[in-house]
Design a protein around this ligand. Sequence first.
Ligand code: FBP
Length: 552
Amino acid sequence: MTKSALQIARAVYVPKVPKTLKGIVKIQEGEPTQSVSDPEAIKKLFPNTYGMPIVKFVEGTEKKQYAPINVGVILSGGQAPGGHNVIAGIFDGIKALHPESRLYGFILGPGGLIDHKYMELTSDIIDEYRNTGGFDIIGSGRTKLETKEQFDKGLAILKQLKISALVIIGGDDSNTNACVLAEYYAQTGAGVQVIGCPKTIDGDLKNEMIETSFGFDTACKVYSEVIGNIQRDCNSARKYWHFIKLMGRSASHIALECALQVQPNICIISEEVEAQNKSLDDVIQYVADVVAQRAANGNNFGTVLIPEGLIEFIPAMKKLINELNDYLAQNEDEFKRIKRSHQRAHIIDKLSAENSKIYASLPETVARQLTLDRDPHGNVQVSLIETEKLLAEMVGKRLAEMAKEGKYVGKFATQVHFFGYEGRCAAPSNYDADYCYSLGYTAAGLISSGKTGYMSSVRNTTAPASEWIAGGVPITMMMNMERRHGELKPVIQKALVKLNGGPFKVFAGQRDAWAVNTDYVYPGPIQYFGPTEVCDQPTKTLQIEQEELLQK
Ligand code: FBP
């Protein structure tokens, strides 16, 4: 396989790790924990894994002897830069425990465990993938691991391969399922530990103990580089408004982080739209007003960042999507039999009057995209909805009306972009390379300490890596009860953008100036070699959040 010069140079990069993971290590246990909410209900559902203490690794004095151990690993959900380093960290971690330990990867996500598709990950394979982006070492998938039948099928192959610990690398849903699996294997005395690792470029799996999910750092840096380039183009040609949708199907962390990095003219934050009960019309008016204001200053150009999940956060659209979800779930076959050209009219006919009106007002393409297949977790696949086109088109219409009323004089030409896949498999930044390797190595440590139902946790990551704190957090601690498909279920609380949090406040304090002025920042590409202030900086979100914590 031909490799680029950067790939070759990067292959020998040695990730920086917390000093407590080097040398002789021992585990230190804290106080028993409680779930973030609904403690009684969660305790009842997780009698074996509830209330366990937070643990951290500290310097030890006594070198322990370990027997060889076989470990399985699964990559679950969307790709995120650094996944290969998590696997490399687990591999090196279990080999350090005993050179005869073995690592097995299940192919194409949780489905590989159920269907018994696996491969042994040997040092030759691992070395090919160190510090690379992507999940292609074993592939990923979105099969939901949730039924006892699946757990038992999984156990059969785990037993066959003598695997006594499984690491699930995934987002909030996958880690919730990891916890359910840990509980089930504990309850049934299966003899398999389950450990989770926090992954998602969306950045919405975080809490007091999990500072960030891996991949967020690299993905945001890639998107910010490209948005910066667009802004420079935009400021050179001065003739286009660029509507840029950014991945992040629920939370707007990616859009917010990119805004903090590039200072665009507009960035919409879904959580704010929801909190202020804004309609699609309000959002369009806001953008149109900024366009008009800039036009009045002679600036017929600008940038608008749009979070992928926006549509679902507009309360009226949310109601529409909920009704559509219910209707499509109950009438899937009937709906699929209807000719494509008649589907829109059919839906308009079936929905309640209020939702039907909104649905009918949407451009044809967006209306159709709202009826496409849901993902296995029942989510609308928002990455398929062209919100950037929807907004560009509707803002154009509004400006035409404003022009007639004498409220706008200018030219409005648009370009639309969607950035998601461009960043999900990028070569991990130093931060993600170090963080991921440490998460994997920590997972191996949790396994050797006999833990199950824990998420690997590496904290204090705005400090130099040597001072990072490695340990584990009971997954039940992050749970609450939420209604999913009409049923109350224990799930890890999703971390949305907090409107009273530092990152949003910094953005909100400057956005009016960014709207009118052209204050663009051009971050440039990720640097892998060079001075630490260029190569090792974490995201602005993380820096602001950590500063806030220090001030508390
Ligand atoms: P995860 O939450 O699984 O990490 O996925 C994140 C994500 O990249 C979202 O931002 C995006 O909406 C989704 O995956 C797209 O996934 P797919 O390519 O499977 O449609």
